[in-house]
Design a protein around this ligand. Structure first.
Ligand SMILES: [Zn+2]
Length: 232
């Protein structure tokens, strides 16, 4: 019984080799990286939107501060005209200097915020451009991948026919187990036990498992899930 499954697996290995070749092909990798970029673009754009909103709010707040400082400056110069003595004048001059400094401060912060806002706008157009080239790359790589896949079509079909013929010889329950593992990308699936441990992950087998194997049963490794057998 296990011999039929091993025969199946040997042929299946050819199919697996083609699948790996396809999965690891540069065009497949290119398509995946382009797709990931495209899928992440909305999130990137959302983050830029948030940043742009923050900056433009900050910019407006700074403009309000600037307007209020300029207003204070006007009031101060009116007060200076009405100043009655040197002491009051000195105080007002000191106030005027403070105001000038505050206005300078706000202006330079304004310029900084504006600079950041320009950076965000630049980033927007860079994201847009990269997204556009990612879409072109995705289309191109996908087309190349489909061609590569097509080139394996005949070989795959012939292997699949071979597998179909071998399948009927294998115990259906065992076959089902095998195919489920295969679907989960496990390969190889069937391992011979050499000595006292799983042939794949080397986990020590229990007495019960060893007895089952001795009786010709096929067991599943508790640790790695491989199907284990022992030839008597
Ligand atoms: Zn194992």
């Amino acid at each position: 019984m296990i011999k039929d499954l091993i025969a199946y697996q040997n042929v299946d290995a050819k199919l697996r080799k083609i699948e790996s070749e396809l999965a690891q092909s540069p065009c497949r990798k290119k398509a995946i990286s382009a797709k990931n970029y495209i899928l992440n673009t909305p999130e990137t754009v959302n983050k830029l939107d948030d940043r742009a909103l923050q900056l433009s709010n900050a910019y407006e707040e700074l403009l309000r501060q600037q307007a209020s400082l300029i207003e204070q400056q006007k009031e101060l110069s009116q007060a200076m005209e009405k100043a009655e003595d040197g002491k009051e004048m000195a105080f007002l001059i000191k106030k005027a200097d403070e105001l000038i400094n505050a206005i300078k401060q706000v202006s330079s912060t304004c310029a900084k915020v504006n600079e950041d806002l320009q950076k965000v706008i630049k980033e927007y157009s860079s994201v847009r451009a990269t997204n556009k080239s990612a879409q072109a790359q995705y289309a191109e790589a996908t087309e190349e991948y489909e061609k590569l896949k097509e080139s394996f079509k005949d070989e795959r079909e012939s292997i699949q026919k071979e597998l179909e013929a071998l399948k009927s010889k294998v115990d259906p329950l065992l076959m089902e187990k095998y195919l489920k593992k295969r679907q989960n990308k496990m390969f190889p699936i069937v391992y011979e036990v050499t000595g006292e441990a799983c042939g794949s992950c080397l986990m020590e087998l229990s007495m019960l498992e060893k007895n089952k194997l001795k009786n010709g049963e096929i067991i599943e490794c508790e640790q790695c899930g491989k199907l284990l057998y022992k030839l008597n």
